[in-house]
Each structure stands twice: as C-alpha cells, then as structure tokens.
Design a protein around this ligand. Structure first.
Ligand code: FAD
Length: 300
C-alpha cells in the first residue's frame, strides 16, 4: 500500500483511511484506503491508469444510496464522482455527467418542458448509479430514457455505448458486467407541458413520502422483487416489521426498507438482511435476493 497517490495527484481531493459512513445513505460502512473526488474525466482517467500500474483495485461510488459498504472497508482506491455533475439540455436531450443528482436532472427536464423522467423525481441516486442499476419506479425506468452512455473501461479507454447495447434488465445493465465507469449519459425525452410534468412529479413524490421512511437513513428497497411476489408483502406477512439487530431495523413504515435507527453498523444491516432472507425462505419458500449492492471486506 502506498500513500504516493496523494503526492502524485496534488490537485485532486484525496483522503487516506476515510470512513465511508460519512458518505453512505445508511451512514454505515468501513474505511476506504484512499478516497478521491475527481472533478473531470481527465482526472478519473489518470487515477485509473495510476491505480492499474500500482495494482490498486478501483471502486466507483455515486450517491451511495444503494450501497452497503462492509465494516472492513474497501482496499485500494475509491472514487466518488458527485463533483462531476454538469447537466445540459440540447433540444429534446439531456446530457448529464455521471455524478449529477438524478433528482436534479428531473428538475432540469421539468424546467425545459421535457417529459419522460418524472418517474425518477424521488430516486436519490446519481446518474451513473442510476444507469448501473437501471433504476426505476412507478412504471418507468432508466432503460426507457437513456439513449447512450459514455464509459471509461477498466483499461481507461473511453467508449460510447448505445441504448440497445446496454443490456438493460430489471435492476441490471451491462455496466455491472463489464466493470466500466459511467462518465456521462444522454437521456432522450419528449416535449411536454411544464405544469403537467411538475404535477406528476409532485404526485409521485407525495406517494413516496406516504409509504417510505424518508426521515431515516436507509438504502431504499433492500430486496429485488421476486417473480410473482412483492418483497415488502412477504416480509410483512412473515411478521418481520420492526425486527432489529443492533441499530438496524426492518422499517415499520415500509417492510422493504431497513433503516438505521440507532448508530447501526454495516454488520447490523447484514445481520438483518440474513435474518429476513432466512425467515421468508422458511415461511414462504421464497429466496429474497438483494437489490442493494454489498461491497467491501468483512471486519477482521
Ligand atoms: C429513500 C430511497 C429511495 C429509493 N428509491 C428507489 C426507487 O424508487 N427506485 C430505484 O431503482 N432505486 C431506488 N433507490 C436506490 C438508489 O437510489 C438507486 O439504486 C440509485 O440508482 C443508486 O444510485 P447511486 O448513485 O446512489 O449509486 P451507489 O449507491 O453509489 O452505487 C450503486 C452501484 O452503482 C455503482 N456505480 C455508481 N456510480 C457509478 C458509475 N459512475 N459508474 C459505474 N458504476 C457506478 C456502484 O459501484 C454500486 O455498485 C432508493 C434509495 C433510497 C435511499
């Protein structure tokens, strides 16, 4: 392990042994050996080339709203891309940098009277994380609006991928398989009426606020929807709402969420996830798969 990276990149905001709990939406997670906040493609590219030469693994994080970082932390270089957040409108298209807030992009679309992204008005991820996850809600998903994506490959070459090559599926995109870093995304929208777009976004956000525990730290829906079932209903029916281990609790408001109610650790989250999976499997015979991405190392 080398701290040379800090002296090699004097202009990049770089930290050593930084707790990722300062950045994750659950407020849990271990330390990154090195945490960088690049502000441009050039910086990301130079960091990846350097890390490859030094044999440092590279991990990219967006808004950390769908993430559990284990308490042992992440070895190598972690990059948070939220400083790369430029968004621009060109005719019916929006070009957004990967670190831009998806919610901010929906506001830009509304102001430009562009319709199609309203479903994302309350999804608290970054553009890169949303493409990676093919985030969706209320009948919409990123695959319906993403036109093309530029990525940096693990070998640090820039590549543009068109929509039909992105292999979108339920909470899946090709980015997950290739280890690419999303740099920008272009969304193709339709012209609409700004007042109607705002009304739809307000309605979806009100529905979200009524059902989800938005006042507590969480990572959204923890489990994928199993074919033929709803994860939340299975968890509710298994009597698991309110189940708590350490500081992590199955939300009493929405059974699909696990909330940090009292200084939870990532290990608390993982214990609750395991308990929920085991109980639902025993009681309903359904194996719940996690939607939330679990990364990093177990504590020693
Ligand atoms: C209250 C709440 C409500 C939510 N509601 C929804 C919902 O309705 N629908 C939904 O789909 N999700 C929802 N989520 C989950 C989450 O917001 C989405 O999955 C979002 O798309 C994740 O984006 P992110 O930037 O936070 O990604 P992160 O959590 O930072 O990362 C998720 C994964 O994407 C990867 N990644 C992030 N950025 C990049 C990049 N630039 N290049 C390559 N890989 C990258 C990470 O390595 C990680 O594996 C919710 C979460 C919360 C907390």
């Amino acid at each position: 392990m080398t701290a040379d990276i800090i002296t090699t990149f004097p202009k990049v905001k770089l930290m050593q042994n930084e707790p990722l709990s300062n950045y994750t939406n659950t407020k849990t997670g271990g330390k990154a050996d090195f945490l960088a906040f690049p502000v441009s493609l050039a910086e990301v590219q130079e960091l990846v080339i350097y890390a490859n030469k030094q044999g440092l693994p590279v991990t990219v994080i967006g808004n950390a709203s769908n993430l559990i970082v284990k308490d042992g932390g992440i070895r190598g270089l972690v990059m948070i891309l939220t400083s790369m957040n430029h968004v621009e409108v060109k005719d019916n298209e929006i070009l957004a940098e990967s670190g831009a807030s998806l919610i901010e992009v929906t506001k830009v679309a509304q102001r430009a009277s562009l319709t199609g992204l309203e479903f994302a008005a309350g999804i608290p991820g970054s553009v890169g994380g949303a493409v990676f996850m093919n985030a969706g809600a209320y009948g919409g998903e990123i695959s319906m609006v993403a036109d093309s994506v530029t990525v940096l490959t693990p070998q640090a070459t820039l590549k543009t991928i068109q929509r039909d090559e992105l292999d979108f599926g339920y909470r899946h995109s090709r980015v997950q398989d290739e280890g690419d870093i999303v740099i920008t995304a272009t969304f193709k929208l339709q012209s609409g009426n700004a007042t109607e777009i705002q009304a739809k976004m307000d309605d979806l956000n009100a529905r979200r606020a009524a059902k989800q525990p938005l006042d507590l730290p969480s990572c959204g829906s923890v489990f994928k929807r199993p074919t033929g079932y709803f994860a939340g209903k299975l968890i509710h029916d298994a009597g698991l709402q309110g189940y708590q281990f350490g500081g992590a609790q199955v939300s009493t408001k929405h059974a699909g969420f696990i909330v940090n109610v009292d200084h939870a650790t990532a290990s608390d989250y993982l214990a609750v996830i395991q308990h929920v999976q085991g109980t639902v499997l025993t009681q309903a015979g359904v194996q719940l798969e996690t939607e939330v991405r679990i990364i990093g190392e177990d504590p020693v």
